[in-house]
Design a protein around this ligand. Structure first.
Ligand code: PNS
Length: 161
């Protein structure tokens, strides 16, 4: 059986921590789909298309990782791909409550779907997309927090403002 995992997230923007999790998952699963959650009620910092495109650039060195987007319930997307595993990154303890709740809701909705957590490298423990957005919009140096292709898209977004 081919082991396929879905790695969902907002990825707004993708960070070095996200890439670290994707790389770890790629070593344990036969195939990983990084799935950008599209929520039409929110107005994201990077467009859905920008997030998908720059993630594709970020994971192009990983032959068993692809990028897609989804809307609606995560478990419906997971089932549509005939997957059984959801990958999430876990940073400091602050993440736990939210991640626990999400994993339990998803299990309630689809008992066959298992959530698997990966811990990022220690140096990415503080890193969140919202920190990157704040540093970038306030003119700070964000380039060391995100993969190169993401930095390019953020620069473009900031220039447009
Ligand atoms: O990177 P994020 O913002 O923590 O990702 C959250 C995401 C997109 C994985 C989560 O909001 C999600 O799964 N949304 C789809 C809607 C859904 O399935 N909700 C029920 C589970 S909480």
């Amino acid at each position: 059986m081919r082991r396929l995992a879905i790695y969902p997230g907002s990825f707004d923007p993708p960070t070095l921590g996200h890439l670290d999790v994707a790389e770890r998952a790629a070593q344990l699963f036969d195939e990983v789909i990084v799935a950008v959650g599209v929520n039409s009620a929110k107005s994201p910092f990077l467009t859905d298309e920008e997030r998908v495109d720059c993630l594709k650039e970020c994971v192009k060195h990983l032959p068993n990782v692809s990028v897609d987007s989804f809307s609606g319930l995560l478990v419906d997307y997971v089932r549509s791909k005939s997957a059984r595993s959801v990958v999430r990154g876990l940073r400091a303890t602050a993440d736990f409550e939210y991640e626990f709740q999400m994993a339990m809701v998803n299990r309630r909705l689809a008992s066959e779907v298992e959530t698997v957590f990966f811990m990022t490298k220690w140096e990415y423990n503080y890193l969140t997309s919202s920190i990157v957005r704040e540093v970038a919009t306030l003119g700070g140096d964000f380039e060391t927090l995100v993969p190169g292709p993401v930095a390019e898209v953020i620069h473009r977004t900031l220039r447009k403002r």
